[in-house]
Design a protein around this ligand. Structure first.
Ligand SMILES: *Cc1c(COP(=O)(O)O)cnc(C)c1O
Length: 403
């Protein structure tokens, strides 16, 4: 008889967003005349930039001609895109990355999850708490997380990110092999400075560990002390894989394009991880559509860059509106300066879900309870800057009134 992967049965249901949706539906049924403003959206809302859609249109037309048709492309991505990435995302920052170290993909979510394929099952994995659930659940599916007991996976090493440590994980007190880091962070919106990341490179070197660095929100960085890439740090190429995405950078959440960097210097027991990831991608992945990669390439043109940065500035302006309003109402807030997320401490030690209910019922504003991202998220809510400016202002006025 065929057998299922029983690790899937160990996964707890992901109730966060379905519970929120149910609560919002119940509220609007009871209050049909009350407006609801969604400040929990984890997706971009601005349309694709004109340069991007223009490049995509052009590629569509090419595909309809005998000369311009493209069938299966390289699994690793077209050279035109890999070379642009090398030039504009790394070389300008003084980082030497080779085109064959770039693997273009359909998403950082898939890559963060699939990367586990090239690592043995008995690696000890460290994750932040609160955390982007993809890192945790994909390791659970691979049988690397152990069992789920009392809100924790028995084999994962959790690194609490709390107010006391400035939401910066502390170096593991036991030996771990794989470390997921995400800066600027989802959900806390906090970013890591060069100085803070240095210790992680050293830890990884000393312990033969690999850092999986999720840099999906790199484009939101405004602070010069915050590195855009982990490779800005000496020695990082020997210990880290970096994930980037066009999703938040250029509004590609529905178009799907991302990339992962696996430097040749990164070796375990003399084996280059670059070769393993290449093998994995060539076997299980057939590349990103030509049309989409042409769209992604356009993000690096002068106009494409200007247009996409304008959208980011818009979101960052919203983030500032949120920060100022909540601070003005007496709340303690974090993030929102180099990230589209604001991590707000609930007043008077309220539970995340209770504060979520209060904001929904009294102000008609939907947020995300921090406890949904892990035990250390209790006592916080996450707000996002992805709404319109008008709605952001309106939501903040409503919150101010009730606090
Ligand atoms: C949005 C997001 C991504 C990007 O995922 P894509 O699959 O590229 O859309 C990656 N990591 C984190 C933490 C995110 O929030």
């Amino acid at each position: 008889m065929a057998k299922i992967n029983e690790n899937y049965l160990k996964l707890p249901g992901s109730y966060l967003f379905s519970t929120i949706a149910k609560k919002v539906a119940a509220y609007s049924e009871q209050n049909p005349d009350k407006e609801i403003i969604k400040m929990g959206i984890g997706d971009v809302t601005k349309p694709l930039a004109p340069s991007v859609t223009e490049a995509m249109h052009k590629a569509v037309d090419e595909m309809g001609t005998a000369e311009g048709f493209h069938g299966y492309g390289p699994e690793q991505g077209y050279d035109f895109l890999r070379e642009k990435i090398v030039e504009k995302d790394y070389k300008v920052r003084g980082i030497d990355i080779k085109p064959d170290e770039i693997f273009v993909s359909d998403g950082a979510k898939s890559d963060c999850g699939n990367i586990g394929d090239i690592f043995a099952k008995d690696n000890k994995v460290a994750v932040c708490d609160p955390v982007y659930p993809v890192y945790v659940d994909t390791n659970a599916m691979a049988g690397r997380a152990g069992d789920f007991e009392n809100g924790h996976w028995t084999n994962l090493y959790y690194m609490p990110c709390t107010e006391e440590n400035g939401f910066m994980p502390e170096l593991p007190k036991e030996k771990v092999d794989i470390i997921y880091l995400c800066f600027p962070n989802n959900p806390t919106g906090v970013s890591a400075t060069r100085e803070q990341l240095k210790d992680w490179i050293k830890y990884a070197k000393d312990n033969g560990a690999v850092i999986l660095y999720d840099s999906a929100y790199e484009a939101f960085i405004t602070d010069p002390d915050v590195p855009h890439s982990i490779y800005e740090l000496d020695g990082a190429k020997e210990v880290a894989i970096e994930f980037r995405s066009f999703s938040k950078t250029a509004g590609f959440t529905g178009a799907r394009c991302a990339y992962t960097v696996v430097p040749h210097e990164l070796k375990l027991d003399g084996t280059e991880l670059n070769g393993l990831w290449n093998r994995r991608q060539c076997t299980k992945f057939n590349g990103v559509p030509y049309i989409i990669q042409r769209g992604a390439e356009a993000v690096y043109s002068d106009t494409g860059y200007a247009e996409t940065r304008e959208a980011i500035r818009y979101y960052l302006d919203n983030a500032k509106i949120i920060r100022d309003a909540l601070t003005g109402s007496g709340l303690t807030v974090y993030g929102g300066e180099n990230a589209p997320y604001i991590w707000a401490k609930t007043p008077d030690g309220m539970k995340s879900w209770d504060f979520f209910d209060k904001l929904l019922e009294e102000a008609g504003v939907v947020t995300t309870p921090g406890a949904g991202f892990g035990p250390s998220g209790e006592g916080y809510i996450r707000l996002t800057a992805f709404s319109t400016k008008e709605n952001t202002i309106k939501a903040m006025e409503k919150i101010k009134k009730i606090l």
